[in-house]
Design a protein. Structure first.
Length: 553
């Protein structure tokens, strides 16, 4: 019988992903119902095309989400906290981001289905959590995609006076066309852009080192001069003493959170990844290497070549001129760097939007597979990608045109500010889901050695990261409570997501009468059985010059 029958039974209809896993309230001890009985594999995996290979997943994990957060916004962290404060903020949040990625990677290796955390929360915690966080993430993508289009359009104005509307349209159409064809096309584009970003980061860090050592046009050796004057830490908001310096470091954590956002998306298209139980762990294992090399060292090098009291760090031009690397080059008298950095940041902004449309559409598909969104979002086109879900995000790209009007731009800025808190909420949901999964294994007597891949130092690193994120959630808008610093936009964007998330969660529970899945009933062993029945071929050993490749296998 054709597995792609539509609701009316028509064999000529567009392919539709078929629900492959039993409802959470049915018997969790029936592994055969979790997959296609003839193959023992997930039916969803058979329906889509596995166009993402290990090198795609590993390079996307390595540099896919590096964008304007690092290249442009990192300067604000130095302005708010000083070079040492920004370094500490990126280091601490890097540990949290790495922990979140390891947690989602372990679950994604066991359950390689599209949708990421939306699917894991459905089985390991509560369908209501999958619903609430699913729409939390969907909203984030609906707004962040047009925001990246606007960023790319503004960056082009570094050279061109043409209206931003033209560039928003061009970038949006190209992004949409890319998303609607083979997922392999997306993988190859992200692979290429990731290499460009890696080369840029290596280049600007070498430039910073050369400037520090006196190799710039002015031949002035800087060393740790800016750590001595104006100093390693900043008195944030003009508050004196240790408290002001601590608040600067604490504020840099939020800046780092924005820069790390999207780092957890390595499993969101797991069903479309070839050999996901090998590709996902390989990508996740290198996450701390990536964070150290591309984020922590970069923010350290920037702190050496740009003083924290430089007024350019606080400018929100949206172009390369606000990049701390460009500021450093300008201070040293290097003229060609701004255009090079601007060009790569344009590709980074477009690449980030491209990643968001893939991630957002797969999360929406995950909700539809769980019965929490209309089933038509699971429809596939001839290239085996969910075209209806993608087109929804294509429609919301039009929000980018709001930036052309002064009044609408204010509204759009508010929507963008709400996005940053959704990352925090999503990471919290991932860690809560993982801890439920971890203790479910413990309750059922399932050895972690029987999992396809188990991460080290658990559950301790997950608990530590969870506590840190809860504190950040509670104190996100702390500056508004300091006398003379009240700001409506900051308060609303920092806290409005909390009641909205709770309304979605408890509203779904009330309507559908869902319950938190008992630890002993979490369907872990059935997923392990599916993995054991479907071993993946081992990768070919590296030979010759390929042994020198440390970026992907």
């Amino acid at each position: 019988m054709n597995k792609y029958l539509d609701d009316k039974g028509s064999r000529d209809a567009m392919p539709v992903l078929k629900q492959h896993v039993q409802p959470i309230n049915s018997d969790p001890e029936a592994p055969a119902q979790l997959a296609d009985e003839s193959t023992g594999e997930f039916e969803e995996v058979a329906a889509v095309r596995q166009g993402l290979h290990q090198r795609h997943i590993q390079m996307i994990a390595l540099a896919g989400t590096i964008g304007t957060g690092l290249f442009l916004s990192s300067g604000r962290a130095i302005a708010h906290a000083g070079p040492l404060g920004a370094f500490l903020g990126y280091l601490v949040m890097g540990c949290v981001a790495g922990t979140v990625t390891l947690a989602v990677g372990e679950m994604g290796t066991l359950v390689p289905l599209n949708g990421g955390i939306v699917r894991y929360a459905e089985y390991f915690v509560d369908p209501a959590l999958a619903f609430a966080n699913g729409y939390n993430v969907v909203y984030s993508y609906l707004v962040s995609i047009p925001a990246e289009l606007v960023a790319a359009a503004v960056l082009v104005q570094f050279w061109s006076d043409l209206s931003s509307a033209i560039w928003i349209t061009i970038f949006g159409l190209v992004m949409l066309c890319t998303a609607l064809v083979f997922v392999r096309v997306y993988g190859e584009l992200e692979f290429f852009f990731s290499i460009m970003k890696i080369l840029l980061i290596i280049g600007v860090n070498i430039m910073a080192l050369v400037i520090t050592c006196g190799g710039g046009p002015d031949h002035q050796s800087i060393g740790f001069q800016y750590w001595r004057n104006p100093g390693p830490l900043v008195q944030y908001l003009g508050i004196g003493g240790a408290l002001g310096r601590f608040l600067g470091v604490w504020t840099s954590l939020n800046s780092a959170l924005y820069a790390y956002s999207g780092i957890e998306t390595i499993t969101v298209a797991a069903a479309e990844t070839k050999s996901p139980r090998q590709a996902i762990p390989l990508a996740a294992k290198r996450i701390f290497f990536r964070i150290l090399i591309f984020y922590v060292i970069s923010i350290f090098m920037v702190g050496l070549v740009v003083p924290s009291n430089d007024s350019s760090l606080s400018n929100s031009t949206g172009t390369a001129s606000e990049s701390p690397f460009v500021i450093a080059a300008t201070l040293a008298g290097i003229k060609v760097v701004p255009s090079i950095i601007n060009a790569v940041i344009i590709t980074s902004a477009w690449s980030s939007g491209n990643s968001n449309i893939l991630g957002g559409s797969r999360v929406l598909v995950g909700l539809a597979m769980n019965g929490q969104a209309p089933k038509f979002f699971t429809r596939l086109n001839r290239f085996k990608v969910p075209w209806v879900a993608i087109m929804l995000y294509g429609l919301f790209m039009c929000l980018g045109y709001m930036s052309l009007s002064a009044t609408a731009s204010t509204v759009f800025d508010w929507l963008q500010d709400l996005v940053s808190i959704t990352t925090l909420t999503n990471w919290l949901s991932i860690l809560v889901t993982y801890l439920r999964f971890y203790y479910g294994c413990e309750k059922q007597g399932i050895s972690r050695n029987s999992l396809p891949w188990a991460t080290p130092l658990q559950p301790y690193i997950s608990w530590a990261s969870l506590i840190m994120l809860v504190l950040l959630l509670i104190t996100g808008g702390y500056s508004t409570f300091i006398k003379g610093h009240w700001d409506n936009e900051t308060f609303v964007s920092s806290y409005i997501n909390i009641p909205l998330f709770l309304i979605l969660y408890f509203g779904y529970k009330f309507i559908h009468k869902t319950k938190i899945v008992p630890l002993e009933d979490i369907p872990i062993q059935p997923f392990i059985d599916i993995a054991n029945r479907n071993p993946e071929p081992q990768p070919k050993p590296k030979k010759g010059l390929r042994k020198l490749n440390i970026l992907w296998n």
